[in-house]
Write a protein that binds this ligand. Structure first.
Ligand SMILES: C[S@@+](CC[C@H](N)C(=O)[O-])C[C@H]1O[C@@H](n2cnc3c(N)ncnc32)[C@H](O)[C@@H]1O
Length: 229
């Protein structure tokens, strides 16, 4: 199998990923902040961490001590490792085959932004989250690329043209997988208000209408919260 050095067929899209996702990361972090915590999260795991931008932001906000990332692209893991080295006491970047190296019941916070559509086995994903979350810990998982979002069906065709394997999961299937593994699942729209910045001349993942743009950003882009009991 070819070793991937970028997520998108055009590596320029990887370079733009962080600036494009910034508004969604901040919306996720706002929700985490609003839920509150007994003490700021010290051990944090990002599933599909790409080049470590979200972990860097979390370290900046809450001063996490141990940062963990799961990421299949070796070049992205290496960049994350370098970038995060001075921001935390320890940084471990792992491939998805190395999930077992993440300790049991250890993570105060798990985050995951737009990764479910490249994960085939939701049950295994929920099992890994359930095994590694500390008691009282929470996972926050964002997904807009799912079966209930009509815009995803057009974006999916773009990935398929590039021979990228993607999956169209039902949101309820993810919540069910979490419930089966003893987590308490909850869901809400990621964003409820604000501007949807969009230049139709920019990039291949476009919207067919303003209605679709607003529906995607304020309705279909879901934030799941999975709580460890
Ligand atoms: C759309 S990108 C999102 C990246 C990042 N979370 C963000 O918000 O910018 C999806 C990421 O998931 C990674 N990925 C693919 N398969 C994965 C898997 N089985 N487990 C964890 N991450 C995976 C990809 O390599 C890529 O970095």
């Amino acid at each position: 199998m070819a070793v991937e050095s970028s997520f998108f067929a055009d590596s320029g899209d990887d370079d733009l990923l962080e600036s494009r996702n910034h508004v969604f990361w901040e919306a996720m972090l706002d929700n985490i902040r609003r839920d509150g915590f007994v003490r700021p999260p010290q051990r944090v795991l990002d599933i599909g961490c790409h080049r470590g931008g979200l972990l860097a932001r979390i370290a900046e906000l809450w001063g996490a001590q141990d940062l963990w990332g799961i990421e299949p692209i070796g070049a992205a893991r290496a960049r994350a490792q370098l970038r995060l080295a001075t921001l935390a006491g320890s940084v471990r970047m792992l491939s998805p085959e190395q999930w077992k190296l993440v300790p049991d019941r250890a993570m105060d916070l798990i985050v995951c932004h737009e990764v479910l559509f490249v994960v085939q086995d939701l049950d295994a994903m929920a099992a890994n989250i359930a095994r590694t979350l500390a008691p009282g810990g929470r996972a926050y998982v964002v997904s807009g690329c799912h079966a209930e979002n009509p815009t995803w069906l057009t974006w999916r065709a773009t990935f398929e043209r590039d021979n990228k394997q993607v999956y169209t999961h039902e949101p309820l299937a993810f919540m069910k997988a979490a419930g089966v593994h003893g987590l308490v699942p909850a869901v809400r729209p990621l964003r409820e208000s604000g501007w949807a910045t969009y230049d139709p001349t920019d990039g291949v993942f476009g919207y067919p209408s303003v209605g679709a743009l607003l529906d995607h950003q304020f309705r279909h882009k879901l934030l799941f919260r999975l709580t460890q009991t």
